[in-house]
Design a binder for this molecule. Structure first.
Ligand SMILES: [Mn+2]
Length: 304
């Protein structure tokens, strides 16, 4: 894919998380100048604005008890439509989150685009967690812990049927990277899912370059494009303190950049999410500024 146009879509929703603040992510990233920096790389960039998101306090207690399933479904349906339309315009859509439940919308939209062309899409999911809980397995029931299972066809039917019914991606083309903390039942779900998982332990042993060569092979095999879903909590909190669920022992600054530089070089990146930036928890805007630099690496910014 050789897009010269980037579409930015803000989604100020943290309904999928019990800790609030990720809803401020799109505003922080815009203020720090993402669009201008993308244009400097030689792209045309268009800010599509924000998906409309209701205010949490205006919703009923039933909505909270239901973990905001209904608003999340509606928001994700909106995202899926935007991503599908962007890809049809030969743009590269980037979702600025917001929590990780929003990836259900973006990936459903991108998967629909390729399904309509009878093509397959690969998925690279970079995350401290696996996000593979189901309503049966989840200790918290927070929906941002479930999106990867939903996208593989297991979860709330209303979420699983956004864009196209059921599974969006072939597990044989899905890679989970940088995982380091899974719930007990989630480990079983991961093992049975058939996706590839490279944990921080694997990255420590083989190095990010070797792991990325394998990850790219898996996500590229028989696919026409690769969607990147990047959770900022994959990075070590030392470099990215501004997340809702920090887990130590994460990707180092250069590891994260190399991962994205190598993905860019595949020429197959079709769409992306950068999620879980929580400006309320950030220190000196470190996570926010790093998020922007990571997006630029994924768009081909190089040192020389
Ligand atoms: Mn996540």
């Amino acid at each position: 894919m050789n897009q010269k146009l980037v579409h930015l879509l803000g989604v100020p929703s943290d309904f999928g998380a019990n800790i609030q603040g990720a809803c401020m992510g799109p505003a922080a990233i815009r203020i720090a100048g993402l669009k201008q920096k993308i244009e400097k790389l030689g792209y045309a960039a268009s800010d599509l604005g924000d998906i409309s998101v209701p205010i949490r306090d205006t919703l009923t207690e039933d909505a909270a008890a239901d973990k905001y399933l209904k608003p999340i479904v509606e928001i994700c349906q909106g995202i899926a439509k935007v991503f599908l339309a962007s890809l049809k315009m030969e743009a590269l859509p980037i979702l600025l989150g917001g929590d990780h439940s929003l990836a259900i919308g973006s990936i459903s939209g991108s998967a629909k685009y390729f399904a309509q062309k009878k093509q397959k899409m690969g998925l690279i999911w970079v995350d401290a967690h696996a996000d593979m809980n189901t309503p049966q397995s989840s200790p918290s029931l927070n929906i941002h812990g479930m999106p990867l299972s939903v996208l593989l066809g297991d979860g709330h039917p209303d979420l699983c049927n956004i864009g196209i019914p059921g599974r969006k991606v072939d597990p044989a083309n899905v890679v989970l990277l940088a995982a380091r903390t899974l719930d007990d039942f989630e480990k079983d779900i991961l093992r049975k899912s058939g996706i590839a998982c490279f944990t921080m332990r694997n990255i420590d042993e083989k190095g990010i370059f070797n792991i990325m060569e394998q990850a790219i092979k898996i996500a590229s095999n028989g696919t026409a494009g690769i969607h990147l879903s990047f959770d900022i909590d994959s990075i070590d909190p030392m470099y990215a303190p501004g997340v809702s669920t920090p887990v130590s022992g994460g990707l180092a600054f250069r590891e994260a950049h190399l991962l994205l530089e190598m993905l860019y070089e595949t020429g197959k990146l079709c769409s992306m999410d950068f999620v879980e930036l929580n400006p309320l928890r950030d220190v000196d805007s470190r996570a926010c500024l790093l998020t922007i630099d990571l997006i630029l690496s994924a768009l081909g910014k190089s040192i020389v």
